[in-house]
Design a protein around this ligand. Structure first.
Ligand code: NAD
Ligand code: WQD
Length: 338
């Protein structure tokens, strides 16, 4: 069964391609390599022994997208990772984000509407909840005004899919709201390759430890939390990848109750920034050089998932602990810096 994975050379996409291949799916990757490299494809091959079909293609080019689907009429499912994801950049360059994250989504859905049936999985984000009123966060928590154009593209993206599914019953879709993905494949053949200075906590920690960065700045320790630092739900990227296979199988087996569903993907456990730092120090046996600085504008105090729906409906549950995920991130960082 042939599955299209857009953004499949990227961090979460490459890990998902591995899990799809492990389940016997034939995978075609579309990626313009704007935030990844073909090294990921070598890594996938090293893990599974199977080279996914790869087409370097920019999904903003509508005619190229149309041509791709003409040549791949036998696609049975699409997992859509391709997007720009840097929150800060989206504030400076909103139109780049609206074009890249929404224009491409529209082109894909237009092509899916021409197929006799299709199964579509969308990469969404817990960012749609903003600062939720209640922890843990359930899927029916209200979507709040986005803090950034990036977050807005996830909210609008979900609405585009929902509205399309309403009038196109042959499209079955699931939005997966990721909390905080981290870590790398245990084989250390694939992992996160942030370009430039990492915005996210975990790659900044490992890059500081390996000497690439001088010191980690902890953005505020005066929040109303146990140790004063913000709380997030850090999920191992391999657990996240496995959830995509579970969601795809739900659609392929027509088990979905509605033709548009939403699931939170997290561990259900909240960890503070300092707990993440402590986890790193424990698994690496290294002291991390960090200092407390001012809060980062736009940060929510706490966000961790109620994973009941994904556990019960998808039959999926995150298995890795924070320490296991952190160990995989550290192993990966050391390998790529050799
Ligand atoms: P990533 O940047 O590693 O992967 C995205 C991939 O899409 C890259 O390989 C990039 O080259 C490709 N791409 C971007 N624009 C493209 C285009 N126009 N045409 C073709 N390819 C294009 O990011 P990721 O961390 O793997 O995230 C994947 C998805 O998950 C994104 O939609 C992101 O918004 C979402 N998400 C990520 C996180 C996170 O913390 N990483 C959290 C929540 C949601
Ligand atoms: C986590 C915590 C920071 C860096 C972002 C996007 C979200 C999604 C995941 C794409 C926060 C603190 C961080 C640092 C720090 N991406 N921190 N020093 O902000 O929860 O989510 O990435 O979809 O949309 O918003 O993740 O890793 O940036 O921050 O103290 O150098 O670590 O303040 O409390 P975040 P993050």
């Amino acid at each position: 069964m042939k599955i299209l994975v857009t953004g499949g050379a990227g961090f979460i996409g490459s890990h998902t391609v591995v899990e799809l291949q492990n389940e016997g799916f034939e995978v075609v990757i579309i990626d313009n390599l704007s935030n990844s490299s073909k090294k990921s494809l070598d890594g996938i091959m090293a893990i599974t022994g199977k080279a996914p079909t790869f087409e370097k293609l920019d999904l903003r080019e509508k005619d190229k997208v149309q041509d791709f689907f003409k040549r791949h009429q036998d696609i049975e499912g699409v997992i859509h990772f391709a997007a720009s994801k840097a929150v800060g950049e989206s504030v400076e360059n909103p139109l780049l984000y609206y074009e890249n994250n929404l224009g491409t989504l529209v082109y894909l859905l237009q092509e899916l509407s021409k197929l006799k049936t299709s199964n579509f999985i969308f990469s969404s984000s817990c960012t749609v909840y903003g600062q939720a009123d209640k922890m843990p966060i359930t899927e029916d928590a209200p979507v709040k005004p986005a803090e950034s154009p990036y977050g807005n593209t996830k909210q609008i993206g979900e609405e585009i899919i929902r509205d399309t599914c309403k009038v196109t019953p042959k499209i079955k879709a699931i939005s997966l709201r990721y909390f905080n993905p981290m870590g790398a494949h245990p084989s250390v053949e694939i992992g996160e390759l942030p370009i430039g200075v990492p915005q996210n906590l975990v790659p900044f920690i490992t890059q500081t430890a390996v000497g690439l960065r001088e010191q980690l700045s902890v953005f505020g320790d005066d929040y109303p939390t146990q140790d004063g630092t913000c709380i997030r739900d850090y999920i191992h990227v391999v657990d996240l990848a496995k959830a995509h296979v579970a969601a795809l199988q739900r659609l392929l087996e027509n088990k979905n109750k509605e033709n548009y569903e939403v699931f939170n993907l997290g561990t259900g456990k909240g960890s503070s920034v300092l707990e993440v730092v402590n986890s790193f120090e424990k698994v690496s046996n290294k002291k991390l050089n960090y200092k407390i600085v001012d809060r980062r504008p736009g940060d929510v105090i706490s966000a961790y998932a109620d994973t009941t729906k994904a556990n019960e409906v998808l039959g999926w549950k995150a298995k890795s602990t924070l320490d296991e995920a952190m160990k995989s991130a550290w192993d990966w960082e050391q390998k790529i810096r050799k």
